[in-house]
Design a protein around this ligand. Sequence first.
Ligand SMILES: Nc1nc2c(ncn2[C@@H]2O[C@H](COP(=O)(O)OP(=O)(O)O)[C@@H](O)[C@H]2O)c(=O)[nH]1
Ligand SMILES: [Mg+2]
Length: 316
Amino acid sequence: MTDLISRVAAGDTRALARALTLAENRDGALLAALDLAARPSPWRIGVTGPPGAGKSTLVSALVRQLRDQGAARLAVVAVDPSSPYSGGALLGDRLRMAEHTLDPGVYVRSMAARGHFGGLAAGCEDVCDLLALAGHDPVIVETVGVGQSEVEVAGVADTTLVVLTPSAGDSVQALKAGIMEVADVIAINKADRPGADRLEEDIKEGLDLRPHPAPGAAHWRPPIVRTVATQGQGIAELGQALAAHVAHLRGHNLLGAMASRRALARLDSLALEAIGAALKGDGALAQRFAALRARVAAGQATPRAAVAELLAGLDK
Ligand SMILES: Nc1nc2c(ncn2[C@@H]2O[C@H](COP(=O)(O)OP(=O)(O)O)[C@@H](O)[C@H]2O)c(=O)[nH]1
Ligand SMILES: [Mg+2]
C-alpha cells in the first residue's frame, strides 16, 4: 500500500484511480498508508444548489477558467450521496465534463458516498486527500444537491459556491435548506432567463438574515455573480469572486482554523463509524453488546438501561 501511495504522489493516474476505489471502499490498509503520507492542503471548492441549477455546466466552464488562470492540475469530484446506482445524474455530469477528458491537467471522478455515519464527509475527505497528494489544486467537489449533502459539502470545502436559478421556488427552497448560511459565493445561473432581478433581491434578504459575525471577527459578505454557464458568461467574474474569498481566508489566517475544525469533524465521524463497526464486529465490545441485545429482546432490560450498562463497561 505504501508503494501505491508513493505512485499516487508521483502522479501515476492509474495508481490514483485504484487508490480512490480502495478509499471509497474504506480499505483499512490504504487509509492507514494515506495517513502516513505528507498531505498537501489544496484549495477546496464545494459546489452546491438544487439539481438542474447548472452546477456541472458551471464547474466545467470554471475548470477551463482556472486552467487558463494557471492551475496546473485540478480535480473535480462529483458526489452522489443518494444512491450508488442513480447513474442518471452522474452520467449527465460525465457528459458535461467531456470537454476536459483530453486535458491531462484535469481529473474528474464520480463518487457514491454510501450511507456512512457522518454522511458525505467520511469518504469524501479521503478522496480529496488522495487527489491533493497527486498534486491537484484546487479540488472541486460538486454534490447532486439533494438532502443533507447540500449543506454538508461546506464541511469539506474552504470556499462554498451556491448555485441558484431564477426558476420559481428556488430561493425559497434555498432559504429553507439552510444553504444560504453556508454560502461564500452565490451564482445566479441561467441569468438568460427572466426573474434574475427578483432572485437577487430574495438572496440579499436571505443574506441579511444570516447571523452577524462576532465583533472583531473577519466579515465576509458573499458576492452574488450572474452567470450563463452554457455560454460562458460571467465565468471570469465567478472565478474572481471565488479567488477573492480564498484570499480573504488567507489574509485573515482562517485556513488553519478551518483545517482544524475539519479535523475535529472528521474525528467525530470516524469515531462514530468505528464504534458502529465495533458493535457489529467480533471483539469483546460486540460480544457484550450481543448479550445486552439478548436481554433487551427477552424483556430483562430496557434499551436505555442496556446502553448505560454498555457505557459503564467502557469506563472500566
Ligand atoms: N438556459 C440555460 N441553461 C443552462 C445554463 N446552465 C446550465 N443549463 C442547462 O441546465 C441543465 C442542467 O445542467 P447541469 O449542469 O446538469 O445541472 P446540475 O444538476 O446542477 O449539475 C442542462 O441542460 C444545462 O445545459 C444556463 O446558464 N442557461
Ligand atoms: Mg451536476
